[in-house]
Design a protein around this ligand. Structure first.
Ligand SMILES: [Mg+2]
Length: 196
């Protein structure tokens, strides 16, 4: 049995994609007229939207979003063999609705939901790598390259979640021991082939 941490936004739910869809729908006259989703944007535009959404995430309406395909089935399977945690960079401002969302879609799967605390915006009290170390996490699945590198530095096994290869913020030149998943079936395969 291993301890596995799962990120929330853009790993379990398409937060950026769904918020971009809303923005594109409600700003019909702007430069992105005719755009409908993340796939219509180029690499730079997607990356810019990602950073905008990260900064405003705690103010956005995200309660109604559905989990990414297959994540639920695969996590129920993994929970039978491993101890699963959520580690999210969301702040405790959105703690209540995050708990409600997890309980609705992933009931009894996670041992704990761990929120990052901030000194000020973007400055964590503890980084994800430090949190993983503290909790004795063996492996983390996350879409953000900065968190991946930080966890790798702390000797945590890492899986980069680059869903359908659409996440500019996940891409980097990684060494072989950092593996890349493009959907939840890939995550399952990599974990099943990992020696803990
Ligand atoms: Mg994320």
């Amino acid at each position: 049995m291993a301890k596995i941490a799962i990120d929330l936004d853009d790993t379990l739910v398409l937060t950026v994609e769904l918020l971009i869809k809303d923005i594109l729908k409600t700003n019909k006259d702007s430069w992105f007229k005719g755009y409908h989703s993340l796939e219509d944007l180029n690499f730079k535009e997607r990356d810019a939207f990602y950073h905008y959404i990260r900064q405003t995430l705690n103010k956005q309406e995200i309660k109604t979003f559905k989990p990414i395909p297959h994540s639920k089935k695969i996590l129920y399977k993994l929970a039978k063999e491993h101890e699963l945690y959520i580690i999210t960079a969301r702040s405790t401002d959105v703690k209540n609705h995050t708990h409600l969302w997890i309980n609705e879609h992933f009931n009894n799967i996670f041992k704990e939901i761990i929120f990052c605390e901030y000194h000020k915006s973007d400055h964590f009290v503890e980084t994800k790598g430090e949190i993983c170390k503290k909790y004795g996490i063996d492996l983390i699945v996350d879409d953000n390259k900065e968190y991946i590198w930080d966890c790798h530095k702390h000797k945590i096994k890492t899986i980069v979640f680059d869903y359908k290869k659409q996440y500019p913020w996940a891409k980097d030149k990684y060494p072989k021991d950092i593996q890349i998943a493009n959907d939840w079936q890939d995550v399952l395969k990599i974990i099943e082939n990992t020696k803990f």
